[in-house]
Design a protein. Structure first.
Ligand code: NAD
Ligand code: LMR
Length: 325
């Protein structure tokens, strides 16, 4: 058995937390031989609910779980953690945009960024799930000055998986036959699911599907799927979000073996995206966990207009939280 890693999950008593904990605890994320110590953070008003969740984890008798810390104190929650899932924050309701949440949720990531900076392990890696996740990630990263910026990522994997799911469904093939999808930009309706290099059942997606569908119904379905789920379920996506968070951290941990994944990370100016904006690019992850933004991806005029639209939206969000970053 390997030595345990410490994994923080904020908002652990919430809807996503309720799926995520079990996927981390059963080895789906960091592998079947990797023990974990779970560090669970909640707000004081949710500690009793968290206690119930902890009872259930214990009752699940998960062999990889070597300890559980449950607390409402961010410094305790992040003490020595190697992996951090920042989920805890308010979800949007019907009729809201994700960016409407920034005033309520943004401040959470100031204190959590500072706490990570002070007490997390030197190898900490962070995924921000709480919305608006790109800008919340920016806030956390800017408040954690001693942690290398590339350790902070925001979750675009749900959008990536949604795009793959739509392509597979339309083609009538299992999703395992879809590869090379990439999401550009912000986890918002402006995102761009790009299939320029995607293949479906070994055939280029651009040959298999009409451009009218790819730039119309497909794009709209992926970009507005979160709102459609809220309308249908009366609650925001939870199991699929937890699954995407596991996929993201799994691939960051194990590497993508040359495969393309979508991750939002602080831009270093790639594709003209202003430095520092937390932007989703087509990425690969090496076996040591280094995330590489794939350079030289073909960017046509349509893609460029989408990149520009997302940059504008993220600059506006950054402006709105200027006092937090
Ligand atoms: P939820 O309301 O069910 O749970 C959120 C939990 O976070 C609650 O238990 C709450 O007490 C806790 N919380 C709030 N503030 C906190 C803080 N400061 N510290 C620790 N915990 C805190 O919501 P949910 O469905 O689990 O969604 C959580 C967030 O994830 C929302 O912002 C939602 O919009 C976002 N989300 C993002 C994606 C994505 O693709 N990036 C997908 C789905 C949901
Ligand atoms: C999603 O995409 O499902 C989440 O970001 C929740 C939301 O508000 O859409």
């Amino acid at each position: 058995m390997l030595p345990p890693i410490r994994v923080a999950i904020t908002g652990a008593a919430g809807n996503i937390g309720y799926s995520l904990l079990w996927r981390i605890a059963d080895g789906s994320c960091f592998g079947p031989d990797q023990p974990v110590i779970l560090h669970l953070l909640e707000v004081p008003g949710a500690l009793e609910r968290l206690e119930g969740v902890v009872m259930e984890v214990v009752d699940s008798a998960m062999p990889l779980v070597q300890g559980i810390v449950a607390t409402d104190n961010a410094r305790t929650a992040f003490d020595g953690v190697n992996q951090a899932f920042l989920v805890g924050s308010r979800p949007r309701g019907p009729g809201m945009n994700r960016s409407d949440l920034v005033a309520a949720n943004g401040p959470i990531f100031v204190g959590q960024g500072q706490a990570l900076n002070e007490v997390a392990a030197s190898d900490v890696r962070v995924i921000v799930v709480g919305n608006p996740c790109n800008t919340n990630c920016l806030i956390a990263q800017r408040n954690a000055r001693d942690i290398p910026p590339e350790r902070f990522t925001a979750m675009m994997r749900l959008d990536h998986n949604r795009a793959a799911g739509q392509l597979a469904q339309r083609a009538g093939v299992p999703v395992s036959q879809v590869s090379g999808v990439a999401i550009w930009g912000n986890h918002a309706d402006t995102m761009y699911p790009d299939v320029t290099r995607a293949t479906v059942g070994g055939v280029a997606a651009t040959e298999r599907f009409e451009q009218e569908w790819l730039r119309g119904a497909f794009l709209d379905t992926v970009a507005t799927r979160g709102a459609a789920i809220i309308k249908a379920r009366g609650a925001s996506s939870a199991a699929s979000a937890a699954s995407a968070a596991v996929d993201h951290m799994h691939d960051w941990w194990f590497g993508t073996n040359g495969g393309v994944v979508s991750m939002a990370l602080p831009s270093r100016g790639q594709y003209g995206v202003p430095e520092g904006l937390v932007f989703s690019f087509p990425c690969r992850v090496g076996s040591g966990g280094a995330v590489e933004v794939i350079e030289g991806w073909p960017v046509d005029a349509f893609c460029q207009s989408k990149i520009d639209q997302n940059v504008a939206a993220l600059l506006a969000e950054r402006e709105a939280v200027a006092d937090l970053v």
